[in-house]
Design a binder for this molecule. Sequence first.
Ligand SMILES: *Cc1c(COP(=O)(O)O)cnc(C)c1O
Length: 357
Amino acid sequence: MPVNRGVLQRYRNLLPITDATPIISLGEGSTPLVRSRHIGKFIGCEDLYFKLEGCNPTGSFKDRGMVVAVAKAMEARSNTIVCASTGNTSASAAAYGAYCGLKTVVLVPRGAIASGKLAQAIAYGAKILVVNGNFDRALELVRQLSNSHPITLVNSVNPHRLQGQKTAAFEVVDALGDAPDYLFIPVGNAGNISAYWMGFTQFFQMERTSRRPKMMGFQAEGAAPIVLGHPVENPKTIASAIRIGNPASWKLALAARDESGGRIDAVSDDEILAAYELMAGKEGVFCEPASAASVAGLLKSAACGLDLRGKSAVCVITGTGLKEPELAAQHSSALPVEIDATLGTVERALELAAVGR
Ligand SMILES: *Cc1c(COP(=O)(O)O)cnc(C)c1O
């Protein structure tokens, strides 16, 4: 196995890199594309894959975009980066900021981010401001801040973020030999669906792929501005990473949907949680609830009559479930059983007969 030198190195010629851009990496990208063993059979799609973006250095796809945004910030001689975040962006910014010696400021909505994500920002030494307001308000604040101070905004409104994130589409094509028929992906601020579309389109234009997938985006029902056609004032969903009422890349996401002949639809929190349990319990992939929205969307589409027989599909599993362990404890049928430390109690707990004693 060669060393993972990161997306700047691997896709150097396809990214906005100059001789003055520092080639930095925490080992982001080159994530596994794993074939489904259960869900694919269940819905009649033999060619179903999961792109495991939780395997990135800070546990989400945000690292792909952050490495480019931070390298470009350094190229521009910026010494401070700032972002608003539902959690994963702040974890990623704080990691790359620490690695590159930049000051990192993160604004997070109060009480609305997973404990593990906050722990990461703390561990990496970011300046953390907890805002009495939601993500959309925090994003407004950092946009204003970066407009009036020499501070680089590293939210996905920074175009370098999407440039980095498009490399996931390159990897899917490189792994499968062509683009899949369908790409299922959660939609929050709508940067990632837009980035994948950019990546597939770029490879299509370069004739590295014969086709582009239909882009199937999924918002949570209580945070579905694109589906509703208007911003949502108080977005609500268990999936905090997509709890966004006014997506920054709204127009780009609509273009991705329409140009690809895909859909952007909503899934309920119950559907998200069912997919979250199914992914861990049947596929061995412990993802975060926002990531499970792509799988929930796949299951819903299949139940509504989308025929995936003979088609290939990729679900983007955007982040790891390890950042919110409390949630798994609340939503699992396999809860721990406490026993006395004797073989007999172990056997009784496992409903095994005691043999030969
Ligand atoms: C950021 C994030 C999303 C949403 O991506 P957008 O680009 O905001 O649409 C989904 N899942 C996870 C785990 C995320 O961190």
